[in-house]
Ligand binder design. Structure first.
Ligand code: AMP
Ligand code: MG
Length: 324
């Protein structure tokens, strides 16, 4: 459904009635449910085939709404004033009076909150007037949706209403930062860079990418196409498709011919989808600089490399290596 005023009005009624709505945010499409309705939240886990215990991010229209759910402190307020509405999720102590369904947090004492800036998301949240729990609108472990059609293709009848707001602006999930006393911890690289966070609040701890999952639901294998990936590839082998970056003469698709990381982030999931359907043995991926948004892009690529499953059109091998 087009995200007109009437469409948004209908979607808000849907959410208040305990039904699911997929909607665009500036990061990726979200699958929303009324966060105060345990049955609606349960439907989100079912539709995504998401394991219980993987907590959901709560979306609100305003900072005051977010801090009515999670307890703010001076650092949270500073970050909220600087980056909200926008692609930053804060993990905060859960307020006991918030009335959030237990499944949203997996029964934890912390809650993840975000105020998105996409005009459709913002209008929808204002119209619902309740906190909306919304993970990315993809089957668990697969590529995140950056267009409404991806949601229709992959979640199908499980989601009656998909608000179509066109392709998303950032194309990668939000940054997740834990602020529960002590030093802030980066749980997921995303649309707001670590450099920007540190400029606002000082040092942020970053668990290494290969450390065991520190955040619940932060999996080493995730965001995966079916075709195996080969990362840091300078050029493609004959039976590979090639995802380029910058000057990349042999590229089947190029994330950004001019080497622009924002453009690359926007193109990442949609190009991986396209290459995944090419039937190649392997998707070779050019090196991406590991700073600013490149950190988030490389994080997704590494998880995708580990998570590629061999039931796709490829040859069935799970590891893609350059033959010696
Ligand atoms: P997504 O499913 O893409 O919306 O991502 C949600 C992610 O946010 C989860 O997988 C967690 O890593 C993180 N998250 C959400 N809620 C919490 C929480 N209460 N504590 C820690 N991390 C959380
Ligand atoms: Mg997700």
């Amino acid at each position: 459904m087009r995200a007109t005023a009437a469409g948004i009005h209908q979607a808000a009624a849907h959410l208040r009635n305990g039904r699911l709505v997929a909607f665009p945010t500036e990061t990726v499409y979200g699958l929303g449910a009324d966060a105060t309705n345990a049955d609606a939240v349960g439907q989100v886990f079912q539709a995504k085939n998401r394991p219980a215990g993987h907590p959901l991010i709560i979306h609100t229209a305003t900072m005051a709404g977010a801090f009515a759910v999670g307890a703010d402190d001076p650092a949270a307020t500073r970050l909220a004033e600087r980056f909200w509405p926008g692609p930053l999720t804060l993990v905060l102590p859960l307020r006991s009076e918030a009335g959030i369904a237990d499944a949203v947090t997996g029964g934890r004492a912390t809650v993840a909150v975000r105020v998105p800036r996409h005009p459709v998301a913002a209008a929808l949240l204002r119209a619902v007037g309740r906190p909306v729990a919304a993970p990315s609108a993809n089957p668990h472990g697969r590529l995140s949706p950056t267009e409404a059609q991806h949601v229709r293709d992959e979640l199908g009848p499980a989601v009656e209403l998909v608000l179509d707001g066109g392709p998303t602006e950032i194309g990668l999930e939000s940054t997740v930062l834990e602020l529960v006393g002590g030093r802030p911890v980066l749980l997921r690289a995303g649309g707001v860079t670590v450099e920007e966070l540190e400029a606002a609040i000082g040092p942020v701890d970053e668990p290494g990418a290969d450390e065991p999952a520190r955040a619940p639901g932060m999996l080493r294998q995730h965001y995966a196409p079916r075709t195996p990936l080969r990362l840091d590839a300078d050029d493609p082998l004959p039976d590979e498709v090639y995802l380029g970056f910058g000057a990349a003469p042999g590229a089947t698709c190029n994330l950004s011919p001019t080497g622009d990381l924002e453009e690359a982030a926007r193109n990442l999931f949609v190009m991986l989808r396209r290459l995944d359907s090419a039937g190649a043995r392997c998707i070779a991926v050019a090196p991406i600089p590991d700073h600013h948004l490149g950190r988030a892009i490389n994080d997704r690529l590494r998880r995708a490399e580990r998570g590629a499953t061999p039931d796709g059109p490829g040859s069935g091998q799970t590891v893609c290596e350059r033959p010696s």
